[in-house]
Design a binder for this molecule. Structure first.
Ligand code: NAD
Length: 318
């Protein structure tokens, strides 16, 4: 299997670690930063490129990982799809719905396997919680993404590059809730933009209310000013059911009269890559839990939340 990367910064290292564990060598890497491309190509003993089109022309690739900042998405994934590659794209899939929809069409036309890096869907807690809530109605879902933005990634604090915290980071939580409660129809968001905030040029704290197509309600709280234990989590409520899923692989709560206290191990980072490669080998998109098309709907939710931060009114998800 000929594997390549477009973008070999932070998250690509995580994907590369999983590929190494699975004994899957990488054939080529591309990064617009020539030093990064050369360094990673040297480490992996593969060919380095700074232009993804050149890489796609010269290499005969089966799989392309795309791991670039939100605003950098242009035609990279479309070009890789047209070159016949199976695709793994880091979340969020773009910053703009037009780019995402065009890419979605190109992927559909290619008929190739596609997966987006919403790793929470592949975690032990999600697998266990899916079994626990099977056949039950969920009336409410809450989530939170509370973190301190690391200085290693200055672009995260720039709305023009990242799309803000909801689109870039809390997208995991919106997607996680969608995995349990289905599509979100409308949102209303409030934000706090601290006057002395040197972390981000957008709201440092936000509260987003959600209306699901099922009629269920929910909310997502986010901040980029404080790192908090269990800052990445969701809660699910239904009749005689409350589950609290922490990304560090713990579920607590109860169902009927029974207490739930479950500890998992896999946070989803490794299993998402394992699942993707299995899907590619079998050419079976059903093995994928986070398709590109589904991820476009998570993007649409965060774009609606961003519009609501501006308008202050309820916004319909496109
Ligand atoms: N847990 C997760 O799923 C997770 C964690 C971190 C980041 N991410 C996502 O991964 C993406 C990348 O984030 P990161 O932390 O790796 O950022 P990063 O800045 O560490 O790395 C991005 C790399 O992409 C390169 N790049 C930018 N435009 C390019 C282009 N047109 N062609 C080739 N290379 C290009 C940059 O030079 C850089 O090396 C973002 O969308 C982010 O949200 C996901």
């Amino acid at each position: 299997m000929q594997i390549a990367f477009i973008g070999v910064g932070g998250i690509a290292q995580n994907y590369l670690g999983s590929l190494e564990k699975l004994d899957r060598p990488v054939a080529a890497v591309c990064d617009i930063n020539a030093q990064t491309a050369a360094r990673v190509a040297d480490e992996l003993n593969c060919t380095g490129y700074t232009d993804h089109r050149e890489m796609l022309e010269r290499e005969n690739l089966d799989v392309v990982f795309v791991a670039i900042p939100p605003a950098a998405h242009d035609t990279q994934t479309i070009d890789a799809a047209e070159a016949g590659a199976n695709l793994f794209v880091a979340k969020p899939v773009a910053m703009d719905l037009d780019v995402a929809r065009r890419t979605q069409e190109a992927i559909a036309a290619s008929g190739r396997i596609n997966q987006v890096g919403y790793m929470a869907r592949y975690s032990d807690v999600t697998e266990r919680a899916k079994e626990l809530v099977k056949g039950r109605d969920l009336g409410m879902g809450m989530g939170r993404f509370l973190t301190r933005m690391p200085p290693s990634h200055p672009w995260w604090g720039k709305f023009a590059v990242s799309g803000g915290q909801l689109l870039e980071q809390s997208t995991h939580v919106f997607d996680w809730l969608r995995y349990f409660l289905g599509d979100i129809e409308s949102v209303q968001a409030f934000g706090h933009d601290g006057p002395d905030n040197d972390i981000a040029d957008f709201e440092d704290s936000t509260a987003v209310n959600l209306r699901f197509a099922s009629g269920a309600v929910g909310s997502v709280l986010s901040t980029c000013s404080a790192r908090v234990r269990d800052g990445f989590m969701t809660e699910l409520c239904g009749r005689d059911l409350y589950l609290r899923l922490a990304m560090d692989t713990h579920i607590s709560g109860y169902i009927d009269q029974e207490e739930i206290d479950y500890h998992g191990e896999e946070r989803g980072y490794f299993r998402q890559i394992e699942c993707f490669l299995a899907a590619v080998e079998a050419q079976d998109q059903n093995l994928v839990r986070s398709s590109y098309a589904d991820a476009v709907n998570s993007l649409a939710v965060t774009l609606a939340a961003n519009r609501s931060l501006e308008s202050g009114t309820v916004e319909t998800v496109e």
